[in-house]
Design a protein around this ligand. Sequence first.
Ligand code: F6P
Length: 363
Amino acid sequence: MAKMKIAILTGGGDAPGLNAVIYSLTRSCLRNLDCELIGYKFGYRGLYFNDHVPLDEKATSGILHRGGTILCSSNKDNLFSYSLEEDGKMVKKDVSDVAIENMKKEGVDVLVVLGGDGTLTSARDFARRGVNVIGVPKTIDNDLMSTEQTFGFDSAVNIVTENLGRLHTTTESHHRVMVVEVMGRSAGWIALQSGIAGSADVILIPEIPYDLKKVVEKIKERDSREKFFTIIVVTEGAREKGGSAIVGKVVEDSPDPIRFGGIAAKIAIDLEKHVSHEVRSCALGHIQRGGDTSAFDRVLSVRYGVAAYELIAEGKFGNMVCLKDGKMNYVSLEDVIGGGSKLVDPNGELVRVAKNLGIVFGD
Ligand code: F6P
């Protein structure tokens, strides 16, 4: 009998832990199944152009700890609505047939897709078209409903926390206010967890629209206690009460075309009108996705990889592996998509904890 052929692709923005999943999935499949593996390059684009590389022990050696993805990624290239030039004009077309044909020619039996919302939506659509798909949940934003934690999130929180420590010393030295913008789109998880861990004074998240007056009050209250500096962490998608989030850029062809950006700079300008301190802003940007994967994410990712292998071994296709009650589990791709994003509960435990520490949310 022919060997089973398993293909892996990584789609969407990269996140620390992708390589650890590739590592554990490749190794557990090679150890336990009569199979060979390939990796499509640049996410779904690789499926369209049939661009792939072999994945074996050698190709995956030494990658477990490394951020990024050896398969490269793309957060464009939705093959169900793909931008193509036809007769000198750009048109959108469903080219999923080309991808399915390519997989058939290549003899691919199973496609494992590592990605967030957008990437997993296409994974579901390929499953609907009869492809044996397994999903693995990735995003530093931690905003996927169907799993308790995505890999990449813990690494991002650690990076932000470390940088808040660095910003503390310079901010305190100049008696300034520092507004630090972090990723997360419309979910405040990174700001909330790193803000608590990094001793922020103010945390502004999309789930709790802020009133600038409350932030000013906090700065003045700190001044009155001779704490002449203030650290504010803000999620890129946060907004003032009655206002809207700041769109930095629109990326055509991306399943999530809106890129937020600029809220920290705006808050800094707004605040300087009301406080005696100099106010600076700092957007941490893609630093949050770079470098090595945290120990927690390495372990979580290898668990996800082995759980994906187990689904393949049991022939349970059309599912995404997930973390449920702290244990590996799986959920139908049909149920992963469409349920909205997992957002911070403004009345939840973590917000209450932060408020009890004196952290202000601007509400
Ligand atoms: O979803 C992950 C994420 O890092 C978001 O937090 C951020 O808004 C976005 O991706 C940035 O995307 P890009 O890498 O395209 O700039």
